[in-house]
Ligand binder design. Structure first.
Ligand SMILES: NC(=O)c1ccc[n+]([C@@H]2O[C@H](COP(=O)([O-])OP(=O)(O)OC[C@H]3O[C@@H](n4cnc5c(N)ncnc54)[C@H](O)[C@@H]3O)[C@@H](O)[C@H]2O)c1
Length: 263
């Protein structure tokens, strides 16, 4: 039996996911929902046209998916999740900028219904490894900063990956790091934003996809850990892995690290 997957979002990631699912022998894309899409359908290789529907509820009832994969926007994801959970459909969510309150509510609802859900701020395996390496390095350094770079269409800043990395660094360090202080910031915001004692700088430019460098500073040395996503295809092995894994889960798992054994 193939895993029936509905795709939420017909943007850059939604299209990539739809294409990746169509190449997996054990998965079947059953539809696309996007309430804001100006287009009517997405073309797949082999002249297949997948229609884009505007409303989730009736599409879920009609196609009866096992899993919904969502790459949209933090305003839409909670609405979609409500429809999915009411219909007992598992969720794989890559949308960034989701509030903690939504995640704890999602976990509660999934546990109640013994339903699986996965939320990951980054589905690229290399990015997950970067975070774990940063967690390890943080034991040995008191200061670290993150430079994350994304395409200019990205809605939120900093990236979900940068925030998750900062939290992993603070965990590895057993507490917030020391933030080197500047006495005069001539242009406000130049020093970036700080969370967990890690300062994050967000670059937004056309031509970029998703890139992140973590820089640790110590006496007379720096350590740089860098990950570059050159193509959205890099997220697809993580997405298809999550689709398979979510089938056997009960409750919410946050982060791909727990699924690939590098937690
Ligand atoms: N977790 C990961 O590995 C990962 C990787 C890349 C992107 N992302 C995240 O995935 C999301 C989508 O990225 P993208 O590059 O495909 O963006 P995109 O702008 O190309 O597509 C977003 C889609 O969401 C829909 N949408 C946006 N706002 C909406 C709203 N309020 N209501 C309903 N639909 C809405 C749009 O119609 C669009 O089709 C972003 O949050 C991005 O940060 C996550």
């Amino acid at each position: 039996m193939k895993i029936k997957v509905l795709v939420s979002g017909s943007g850059k990631m939604g299209r990539e996911v739809l294409h990746a699912l169509s190449l997996e022998g054990d998965m079947e894309p059953v539809g696309v929902v996007d309430s804001l899409s100006p287009e009517e359908a997405i073309a797949l290789p082999g002249d297949i046209l997948v229609p884009i529907e505007r409303v989730a509820g009736p599409l879920i009832s009609r196609t009866r998916p096992d899993v919904i994969v969502d790459f949209t926007n933090a305003e839409w994801t909670p609405k979609l999740a409500r429809d999915a959970i009411e219909a007992n459909v598992r969720l794989v969510i890559g949308t960034s900028g989701l509030p903690e309150s939504f995640l704890s509510h999602l976990d509660e609802e999934c546990r109640k219904r013994e339903l699986g859900a996965i939320v990951a701020s980054n589905f690229a395996i290399g990015a997950v490894l970067m975070q774990q390496m940063a967690r390890l390095a943080a034991r040995f350094y008191d200061t670290a900063e993150i430079i994350e770079q994304h395409h200019d269409g990205k809605a939120d800043a900093p990236s979900g990956t940068a925030i998750t990395t900062a939290k992993a660094i603070a965990e590895g360090h057993s507490g917030p790091l020391r933030v080197p202080q500047t006495t005069k910031e001539t242009i406000p915001g130049t020093r970036g934003g700080t969370t967990d004692g890690v300062t994050i700088h967000s670059v937004r430019l056309p031509g970029l996809v998703a890139h992140q460098e973590v820089i640790f500073g110590g006496p007379g040395e720096t350590l740089r850990i860098r990950h570059d996503t050159m193509d959205r295809a890099s997220f697809m092995p993580g997405v298809t892995l999550a689709v398979r894994e979510v089938m056997g889960l009960k409750g919410l798992v946050i982060g791909l690290d727990k699924l690939i054994g590098v937690e």
